[in-house]
Design a protein around this ligand. Structure first.
Ligand code: WTA
Length: 685
């Protein structure tokens, strides 16, 4: 079949509105401004963007029909579908069965053995990929480094031997608290090489947050660096680790410190060692350990609606397969691509789409250490131009910041190397989508808006570029093996355009396998709202074409600049301050960050409220959780609105925080006057 007839067949098979747009030839970039202006008149949801014939021609899946067939097959016969995909991994021992499922426990590729670092590195060494760039790195101050697959392999082997020297064994937990430098990826891969589990902690978390996580996963070794660069300043990473370990509650026996910024740091005798010195004692030979498919791979902490952060557990084969598969089908990664994911390794996006997925596929992954506006607002565009980035993956919050900074920062750069764009982390508003499409993508690049979570390990609802026409603001359709639905509280699918809860009705290879050390919480949080189905807190609706539109969290989790934050965590940080009696934290819409953090606080008897106290409480939350959780506003109140049973009425507080008129039923309120007083109170007085 010729390419031409393939794409015209693609157009025929699309739903009516999509087909209409798909049948039109792709608009040349020059006319984009005009077409976008015309499109502005119609509501966002009716705009449909078909992949260009140019893109379709070389993409792996070339029509909506083909996507639908494959998706149906992946649900009907997951054994066959995933069995075929899993053949692309390098196995030490073949598996016996694709799936064992007894809700909520899934085992994928039962009986098989493999090693993640071997799949990400060794298997690429036999052919021409040996000398291909695996990681391209740029530091914030401007240093550049390229590690070929062979060089990365060597660094990983050497560092794995350092870990062995520090008595790290299979199954041990290693905490990684590092800046965005190649050594962060080296450390992760070295853990997987010897079968140790890593738990990466984002550099924006505080000493106390590090301590909680180290204690929870019982880590014996921490890998960190003296500091990291962020917007020209040095983040004191080692100092934070020192503070976390003060008091001697943890079992940490070794801290391995990379020299990055070169400032003076304290080195604890008998505990702290320098990364570069340790390398002097080891060689570069380190065989990868064969791991069971279901062997724990890593723990990544994320916020939930109650209590302390949850240690999300991922295992070996299913996670790796999904990361590789999505890089193949969603990012459409090719041998010659220069792929850039801007996420930090401290988040799941950095795990799956900076390190494991692209490297498993033998791609070139770009890593940038610092801020997008350092030294100036065009740093990202400069990087894209300098390296000829072809596939670019970032967050809506970043896109909104770029829009605010002004088009001139990017129009002076040549971004014509780009061929595919992606977003992740929060719903993208159609205006930001359109801006991304026109200005960054030159109206020629498909955008993959990927909905997924720390818990899901990889993309769940996302366009397959080349096959699925996109609509600004919609994550479109489920990935292979994903049985997504929008249901009411009883589990019945809601009607077209009605809002409901987003559930996944079948296990998938990269699903979380548990919450570290808390089986009950795992069952309760994810599998008890709907028997046998996964629910993780998002609301959504589907349109007439079956496209998913993610509304956002409907539990007590905030999404601030794409970072998950539990309201309960912030509340407990607030009440740990001696002046605070009670607190309630809610989100309010924020133009840049998606959501901002608003804290309602009542103070203890005799405490005087003031602007200074509000600022102190903000600093306190920052100290307890980390800069990621800094409140936008602290409002003092004489009392918080509660139901007669004592439950804080967050719905009302949300309305107050966002300055909306109060709606809904307040008859269960204990004291209606409280609400009136809160609404009347101006901020921070
Ligand atoms: C939100 C990040 C809309 C969602 C990979 C989810 C999104 C939470 C999207 C998970 C998207 C992520 N559209 N919302 N494309 N991607 N979210 O665990 O609310 O840090 O539940 O994982 O981010 O955040 P997490």
């Amino acid at each position: 079949m010729s390419q031409k007839s393939k794409s015209s067949k693609a157009a025929k098979s699309k739903p009516k509105s999509a087909a209409k747009a798909a049948a039109k030839p792709a608009k040349p970039a020059a006319k984009a401004g005009k077409s976008a202006k015309a499109a502005k008149k119609v509501p966002a949801e009716s705009r449909v963007f078909a992949p260009s014939a140019e893109f379709v021609k070389s993409s792996r899946i070339q029509s909506l029909d083909q996507y639908r067939r494959m998706h149906a097959q992946s649900l009907k016969d997951p054994e066959k579908f995933f069995g075929r995909e899993a053949a692309e991994l390098q196995w030490r021992k073949p598996y016996r069965r694709v799936l064992d499922w007894k809700c909520p426990d899934a085992k994928w590729f039962v009986g098989g053995q493999l090693n993640v670092s071997e799949n990400c590195l060794d298997r690429h060494l036999a052919g021409p990929r040996r000398n291909k760039a695996a990681l391209i790195w740029e530091g914030e101050p401007g240093e550049k480094r390229v590690l070929t697959y062979q060089q990365l392999h060597r660094e990983v082997c050497r560092f794995a031997n350092v870990l062995k020297r520090h008595k790290v064994k299979k199954g041990d937990r290693v905490v990684i608290y590092m800046p965005m430098v190649p050594e962060a990826a080296v450390a992760m891969l070295a853990c997987t090489r010897i079968g140790a589990m890593h738990s990466v902690i984002f550099g924006g978390f505080s000493a106390e947050s590090i301590k909680d996580r180290v204690l929870d996963c019982d880590a014996a070794v921490i890998i960190t660096s003296d500091g990291g660069y962020r917007r020209g300043a040095v983040v004191p990473l080692k100092k934070n680790v020192d503070d976390a370990l003060k008091g001697g509650e943890t079992k940490v026996r070794s801290v391995i410190v990379l020299k990055r910024t070169g400032q003076e740091v304290h080195m604890e005798e008998g505990r702290d060692v320098w990364w570069h010195r340790e390398l002097e004692y080891v060689d570069a030979v380190c065989p990868a350990v064969a791991m069971d498919s279901e062997a724990p791979l890593f723990i990544l902490y994320t916020s939930g609606s109650t209590g302390k952060p949850k240690g999300i557990l991922h295992t070996t084969a299913g996670y790796l397969l999904h990361a590789q598969m999505t890089c193949k089908y969603v990012f459409d990664l090719r041998e010659e691509d220069v792929y850039w994911c801007t996420a930090d390794v401290g988040w799941v996006t950095g795990h799956s789409y900076l390190v494991y997925g692209p490297l498993a596929l033998g791609a070139t992954s770009l890593m940038y250490e610092g801020a997008p506006n350092w030294p100036e607002n065009d740093r990202f565009w400069r990087i894209i131009e300098d390296y000829g980035v072809t596939v670019f993956y970032t967050a809506p919050t970043a896109i909104r910041a770029f829009m605010k900074w002004g088009d001139e920062w990017l129009t002076k750069h040549d971004l014509s190397s780009l061929r595919l764009l992606g977003t992740v982390g929060e719903p993208i508003n159609p205006e930001a989508w359109m801006w991304y499409h026109r200005l960054v993508g030159g109206s020629r690049c498909p955008i993959v808006d990927t909905w997924w979570q720390t818990e899901t390990g990889g993309h769940m609802i996302t366009p397959i570029p080349g096959a699925v026409p996109t609509k600004p603001g919609s994550a479109t359709l489920p990935f292979f093996g994903v049985d997504a639905a929008v249901v009411d509280d009883l589990g019945k699918e809601v009607g077209k355009d009605e809002q409901g809860k987003l559930v996944i009705r079948k296990p998938w290879p990269s699903m979380l396998r548990g919450i570290w050390g808390d089986k009950d919480r795992y069952q309760k949080t994810y599998w008890s709202d709907f028997k046998g189905w996964y629910f993780a807190g998002d609301g959504a609706r589907r349109d007439k074409d079956g496209y998913f539109w993610i509304i956002g969290r409907i539990d007590d989790v905030l999404n601030v600049a794409g970072h998950r934050l539990g309201t309960a965590e912030v509340e407990s940080a607030l009440v740990s301050h001696p002046a605070v009696a009670e607190s309630a934290v809610v989100g309010r819409p924020d133009e840049l960050k998606g959501q901002g953090v608003v804290c309602f606080v009542t103070v203890k008897e005799g405490v005087k409220t003031s602007k200074e106290l509000a600022d102190e409480l903000k600093r306190h939350v920052r100290k307890v959780i980390g800069p990621v959780a800094t409140p936008d506003e602290v409002r003092f109140a004489a009392a918080l609105p509660k139901t007669r049973s004592g439950k804080i009425m967050r719905r009302l507080l949300k309305q107050i925080a966002s300055g909306e008129a109060l709606k809904g039923d307040t008859t269960t309120l204990e004291d209606v006057n409280v609400v009136a007083a809160l609404a009347a109170a101006s901020a921070e007085d």
